[in-house]
Design a protein around this ligand. Structure first.
Ligand SMILES: Nc1ncnc2c1ncn2[C@@H]1O[C@H](COP(=O)(O)OP(=O)(O)O)[C@@H](O)[C@H]1O
Ligand SMILES: O=C(O)C1=C[C@@H](OP(=O)(O)O)[C@@H](O)[C@H](O)C1
Ligand SMILES: [Mg+2]
Length: 195
């Protein structure tokens, strides 16, 4: 990577962020535990943009928790709902969208996000992700499994998709604000105090 493409705190800026990014949804993608939901909320607050979590919207649409959708109808049914919900959320201009970790793997959803939004890959070491997801047990893909192993396998499968996002941010341990600032730095190339 040329030195000019490297920002501060693990920010990697690749070309592909459009000049009119402020009129488009910012879409956070990445594995479970990378911070899409919690960092996304804080990013939205800082930009004073609306925030939506695709998983929460799917739960509202289905009138049941994601774990129950998986248990009763299976993953492919969940993915169909996820594709529809994200399709709807992508309409209507600027907002922060936290996706679920598998959403960007779907070719149709990925193309829509890459064409219409600004995709940001939130990334962290498998050990970090595993420690974070172990705090709660609501993620159906991890129930009864070794999170490190599952996350390692998913990273291998999904990284080629996540890598297509024009911005790649390391969601490092420490205050969420640091990750928010790294995102803002990648977007606007200056300190978030100027936002
Ligand atoms: N950048 C970060 N720094 C510190 N803790 C984080 C960070 N990102 C996420 N976490 C913590 O990890 C856990 C999972 O975060 P979450 O936002 O739900 O991830 P995701 O939506 O990507 O699965 C939460 O406890 C959250 O507070
Ligand atoms: O990685 C995945 O396939 C999933 C991630 C979850 O969201 P988070 O990434 O927000 O945990 C949720 O959509 C579902 O449990 C499936
Ligand atoms: Mg989430």
């Amino acid at each position: 990577m040329p030195p000019s493409a490297r920002g501060h705190r693990g920010v990697r800026r690749v070309d592909g962020v459009r000049a009119d990014w402020r009129r488009r949804p910012i879409v956070l993608v990445g594995l479970m535990g990378s911070g899409k939901t919690t960092v996304g909320k804080r990013l939205a607050a800082k930009l004073r943009w609306p925030f939506v979590d695709a998983d929460a919207e799917i739960e509202v649409a289905a009138q049941m928790p994601i774990s129950e959708i998986f248990a009763r109808f299976g993953e492919s049914h969940f993915r169909d709902g996820e594709r529809r919900v994200i399709g709807r959320l992508m309409e209507g201009g600027h907002k922060i969208i936290a996706t679920g970790g598998g959403a960007f793997v779907d070719a149709e959803t990925r193309a829509l996000i890459l064409n219409e939004g600004t995709a940001i890959w939130l990334d962290a070491a498998i050990e970090t992700l595993a420690a974070r997801v172990s705090k709660r047990n609501h993620r159906p893909l991890l129930i009864g499994k070794d999170p490190k192993q599952v996350l390692g396998e998913l990273m291998e499968l999904r990284a080629p998709c996540y890598r297509q996002a024009p911005i790649h941010i390391i969601s490092a341990d420490g205050p969420h604000e640091e990750t928010v600032n790294a995102i803002l730095h990648a977007l606007i190339g200056r300190d978030s105090k100027a936002v």
